[in-house]
Write a protein that binds this ligand. Structure first.
Ligand SMILES: Nc1ncnc2c1ncn2[C@@H]1O[C@H](COP(=O)(O)OP(=O)(O)O)[C@@H](O)[C@H]1O
Ligand SMILES: [Mg+2]
Length: 374
């Protein structure tokens, strides 16, 4: 079988980026393995596109080092890096056909027609564009245009594919379909791909490895479910997962070897302190926040019966298989419970039960406090 795409690895060491005195990326360290699908995710303005453009060479690096297959590429011209980028705006040439758009880099390189035809037809087949090769971009749907833009990248046989929010212009249904196509494309090509999005669901579904960015800094790097289950800090815990994780403030009043006693949860003085499993807690810490996923909170079906935190229901969202109940606790903190089924009775005053064995503990700076491994 002829190899369509070369695979490459990328190392970024202590990279920073500043515009004048404004630093937009701070001490970025990252290893991307050959053949990996890596997603950069974070809120708007966190530096995702800037980092991608630094990899492509469209932006220079203020300090630090970037290596592609063990070769320093800091000063290599973008066109010579062998990296192809796909943008949110498809950036197709409107007067050229699909074939001509996809063949563009080969035409520029004066490749023979037979080679152009062979490479474009192969990419068109992978992307199911064969029947559209004679059309112009205006005669294509948004999803088809984006496939042509991806096809143009495949034809270049790049060492690395870069995608900057390529699906953001598509409607929700098409985005889901294109996501599945990208996963299939990656498993066929086995190419190294770096994909930028602000959408954590896209990150969770596409990535082998997620890089969470915020404020120009890497917050955590890991496999999707590792970030979900074992976040390093409150930012990652709150950013990954929907509905977002609940955070309840409390005070540690007692520390035992395998649990802590936490008072003040929900702010109702009548509620006794709650034991939370935790091995090896630092006894000098008093104020904490508990992180509780919505699926680890349940609403009592009768008003304030079972032991739980008193809560007032503010909104019920029925999704069919799931019900999300939004509540406010006695101290004004908000908590969302999301459970399977449709059992919620619609009571306004109720109580919430939290699965204490699933609770994560954070200090007041937002750092995750991990139990000692037993
Ligand atoms: N050419 C530029 N000059 C000055 N600041 C810039 C420039 N490009 C981007 N920035 C700033 O860098 C930060 C990161 O931008 P960007 O990488 O586009 O974020 P993202 O893609 O995560 O939304 C933003 O605060 C943005 O305003
Ligand atoms: Mg961007």
């Amino acid at each position: 079988m002829n190899k369509v795409i070369a695979m490459s690895s990328l190392q970024i060491k202590n990279a920073t980026k500043a515009y004048g005195t404004v630093e937009v990326l701070n001490d970025i360290n990252l290893d991307i393995n050959s053949g990996e699908f890596v997603v950069f995710v974070g809120p708007s303005g966190c530096g995702k596109s800037t980092l991608l453009r630094m990899i492509s060479g469209l932006e220079d690096i203020t300090a630090g080092e970037m290596r592609l297959d063990d070769r320093v590429i800091n000063d290599i011209d973008p066109a010579k890096r062998g990296i192809a980028m796909v943008f949110q705006s498809y950036a197709l040439y409107p007067h050229l056909t699909v074939f001509e758009n996809m063949a563009f880099s080969l035409t520029m390189a004066r490749a023979p027609m037979a080679e152009r035809k062979q490479k474009v037809e192969r990419a068109a087949e992978i992307l199911r564009l064969t029947h559209l090769l004679d059309r112009r971009p205006a005669q294509l749907s948004g999803g088809q245009k984006q496939r042509v833009a991806i096809g143009r990248a495949i034809v270049r046989q790049p060492k690395i594919f870069l995608f900057d929010e390529p699906l953001s212009n598509l409607d929700a249904e098409l985005r889901v379909q294109m996501r599945a196509e990208l996963i299939e494309l990656h498993s066929r090509l086995r190419a190294t791909m770096i994909y930028v999005t602000h959408d954590q669901v896209e990150a969770m579904t596409l990535a082998d490895k997620i890089v969470v960015l915020n404020g120009g800094k890497i917050q955590q790097v890991g496999r999707p479910l590792d970030l979900y289950d074992d976040p390093d800090n409150k930012f990652v815990a709150g950013f990954i997962g929907t509905p977002t994780m609940n955070f309840l403030s409390g005070q540690v009043t007692d520390v035992a070897h395998d649990h802590i006693i936490v008072a003040g949860l929900g702010g109702d003085p009548k509620i006794p302190p709650l034991p939370i499993p935790f091995t090896g807690f630092d006894p000098s810490i008093r104020n904490i926040e508990l992180g509780i996923r919505p699926e680890h909170a349940t609403i009592a079906s009768e008003p304030s019966t079972a032991a739980g935190l008193p809560a007032r229901v503010t909104l019920v969202e029925e999704l069919g298989d799931l019900t999300s109940v939004h509540t406010v606790l006695a101290n004004g903190e908000r908590l969302v419970a999301q459970n399977h089924g449709r059992r919620h009775q619609g009571t306004v005053e109720t109580s919430v039960h939290i699965a204490t064995d699933k609770a994560l503990v954070f200090d007041t700076s937002g750092k995750r406090l991990r139990p000692a491994s037993t």
